[in-house]
Design a protein around this ligand. Structure first.
Ligand code: HPA
Length: 247
């Protein structure tokens, strides 16, 4: 069984067949909401809405540990995290889908590890390649198979939020080598690695990052809805193709 964590624009996976919901508890508290089990692309999947089903949990308030722990308990074979982002690199304009290959973490004060507390030995996971190569390649192959253009590789910068960035912050992130910017990719990816789960992200560019393109003066968040819905729908098609194509 594979897991899909849906972000903004994907609070419900309405294409799921025979859905049933289950509330789970973990040693870290409750996940963002009930987990929804169903079929997609002919395979069993479990879906979790990262911000809750009513989109009420802000990026810094998400219980990333409970979310990942629940998926670990379910022994899922892999996790696809779908997340909306702002585009920094010139070619990553609204409506673009990206399979990132690197991360820079600018978040702070988030509970970002399972390895803490008196009885947990100090553990350092390798995170050189933060995303599972196997799942990244599967996403890229699935996109090719269904004719959906996706960008292979970008550095995902994760900011703390919930406010958007200043133009100068985006300039700095660009200098650092960041290509897209979101608020939820971390610690999600790191916790998945700690939990031994294969994790890959599918990023949906919904706006030019602050100070860039048509966001030079401000980010018109209210204008993003249509491009978000259309692009998220394409992301779901790719995931469906991925599941269908699995051995
Ligand atoms: N910045 C941070 N997170 C985001 C953005 C952005 O511009 N767009 C969507 N999520």
């Amino acid at each position: 069984m594979y897991a899909i964590i849906g972000g903004s624009g994907l609070a419900k996976l309405s294409v799921l067949q025979e859905p049933r919901r289950q509330v789970m508890r973990t040693p870290y508290g409750e996940p963002s909401g009930a987990l929804t089990f169903g079929k997609l692309g002919g395979r069993d999947v479990v879906f979790l809405a990262r911000h809750g089903y009513g989109h009420t949990i802000a990026p810094h308030e998400i219980n990333y540990r409970a979310n990942i722990w629940a998926l670990r308990e379910l022994k899922v074979e892999g996790v696809i995290g779908v997340a909306t982002v702002g585009g920094i690199r010139d070619d990553l304009t609204p409506g673009t889908l990206v399979v990132p290959d690197q991360i820079i973490d600018y978040t702070y004060s988030r509970k970002s590890t399972f390895f803490e507390g008196a009885d947990a030995p100090v553990t350092h996971i390798d995170f050189t390649q933060p995303y599972a190569a196997r799942l990244r390649q599967a996403l890229l192959a699935a996109a090719r198979a269904c004719g959906e253009p996706v960008v292979d590789g970008a550095t995902y910068a994760c900011t703390q939020g919930p406010r958007l960035e200043t133009a100068a912050e985006i300039q700095r992130i660009a200098r650092d080598g960041g290509h897209i910017v979101g608020m939820t990719g971390m610690p999600e990816a790191a916790l998945a690695r700690e939990a031994g789960l294969d994790y890959a992200a599918l990023a949906v560019v919904v706006n030019h990052a602050a100070g860039r393109g048509d966001s030079r003066e401000r980010i018109a968040l209210d204008a993003l809805q249509t491009v978000m819905e259309q692009t998220v729908a394409r992301a779901v098609r790719i995931i469906e193709a991925l599941l269908r194509g699995l051995p």
